[in-house]
Structures are given as C-alpha cells and as structure tokens.
Design a protein around this ligand. Structure first.
Ligand code: SAM
Length: 217
C-alpha cells in the first residue's frame, strides 16, 4: 500500500482504541497501522478520522468505529490468499484492511456513488479489491464460495443465502437484530452444510442492510 502520512495518528488510534480492548492478532494490528483511514472519510471529517467513533460518509451511511472494524477482522481469523466477501463497501476502509492482510477481496455496495468513490480510493492506494454494485444480501453467486464473509450493515436474521456461499469451515461475521432489542455482533462458523456454530461477540450499532434478505427501505 502507498505511504500516506499521519502514521502517529494511527499509532495513537491503535494503542488507545484497539490494543487496550484486547485485539491481539499482530497482522490485524499492522493493517490498522498501515491503512490511512483519513483518506477514507470526507474532507469535512478529516480532523476526526482517527477518533473512537463511526463517521458519516454520505447518503446517511458511516465508516465503522476502528475498534469494531478490528474486532470483526480479528474474528474472521483470515489467512493470506483466502477469498473474502464484504457486504457493504461504504468508504472502502474495511476492504483495504482485508486486502492489506493478503486476502482476495470481493465487496458489494448498494449505492453506486459510494462504490465508485471507494473503488477510486482503493485503486489510488494500490489495493486490489473487486467491487460490485448491488444487493449484497444475496451474496455474489458467480464468485462463491468464500472462505470468509463480513457483513458491515445490520440484518434481521442469520442470512441463509450468505451461509450457502461459505466454504465448509468458513466464517461469517454479521451484526444481527437481537431478541432483546438492539443489535449484536455474531460470529458464525459453518461446521457442515446444516450445522452452524454461533458466538456472540458484543452489542453493536450498525446502519440497516437494505435488501431482499435485509430490511425494506
Ligand atoms: N465497511 C464500510 C467501510 O469500511 O466504510 C462501512 C459500511 S457502512 C456501516 C454499511 C454499508 O452497507 C453502507 O455503505 C450501505 O450503503 C451498505 N449497504 C446497505 N445495504 C446493502 C446491501 N443490501 N448490499 C450492499 N451494501 C449495502
């Protein structure tokens, strides 16, 4: 990835927001040190780029809080060369982190405006990510199966269409509507075609995924 300044800001972000919340995977930590988050936010938010919060990126959407992005990334347990599908490209930041970890990244975004901007950003940084405009709740059948799937918008229930596009032993991280109200981040592992092991990671707040297997607009 091309060098892009503000390394000290990233060091501070990593030590105050990520390491102290028990993210341990050194490759994940290195990726958060490397990817220039300030290039993924609108100019008006540049001063807040490394703050401990999500930020607006236009069309009512957000770039996720760094810690939540790090927790989701670590939970994927990604190995270099694995094929990953991201649903919800947004700014392209999470996709850049995954590419930095050596994954083959496929990402779907419903807003063409965001998808194009993310594609240009990723290209200019030298990150290889394949982006498609569409409804990511249906997955990306032509490119399936995926070793890992990360959904960065909230869904009402565990998405069968995405589980079907996961390899055996594959992992899916997704924010889901919780029974008690609110949302929770879930890690699902495909043990066999019919057996899914689920683990609750934490409470979370994500924008809704709008689509066939998501919410209605
Ligand atoms: N991963 C992003 C990043 O690093 O900036 C943040 C994603 S933002 C929290 C959620 C994104 O999901 C938004 O850009 C939104 O437009 C997108 N989205 C919502 N429903 C979608 C769908 N059905 N398919 C694809 N993207 C969707």
């Amino acid at each position: 990835m091309k060098k892009a300044g503000r390394y000290k800001d990233r060091q501070e972000m990593v030590s105050r927001q990520i390491l102290c919340r028990r993210i341990k995977d050194s490759a994940v930590i290195d990726a958060f040190l490397e990817v220039p988050r300030h290039l993924f936010v609108p100019n008006s938010e540049s001063k807040n780029s490394y703050s401990d919060s999500p930020l607006p990126i236009g069309r009512g959407q957000t770039i996720s809080q760094p810690y939540i992005a790090a927790l989701m990334t670590e939970s994927l347990g990604l190995a270099p060369g694995q094929k990953v599908l991201e649903v919800g490209t947004g700014s392209g930041y999470q996709a850049a982190i995954l590419a930095c970890l050596g994954a083959q990244v496929y990402s779907i975004e419903r807003y063409a405006f965001l998808a194009k901007a993310a594609e240009n950003r990723l290209l200019s940084l030298g990150c290889k990510v394949k982006i498609k405009i569409g409804d990511g709740s249906e997955g990306w059948q032509q490119e399936a199966p995926f070793d890992r799937i990360i959904v960065t918008a909230a869904m009402p229930a565990l998405p069968q269409a995405l589980l079907d596009q996961l390899t055996l032993g594959g992992r899916l991280v997704v924010p889901l509507e919780a029974e008690s109200g609110g949302q929770e981040l879930i890690l699902a592992e495909k043990i066999s075609p019919k057996e899914i092991k689920k683990k609750r990671l934490c409470a979370c707040i994500f924008v809704p995924l709008i689509g066939r297997y998501g919410y209605k607009e």
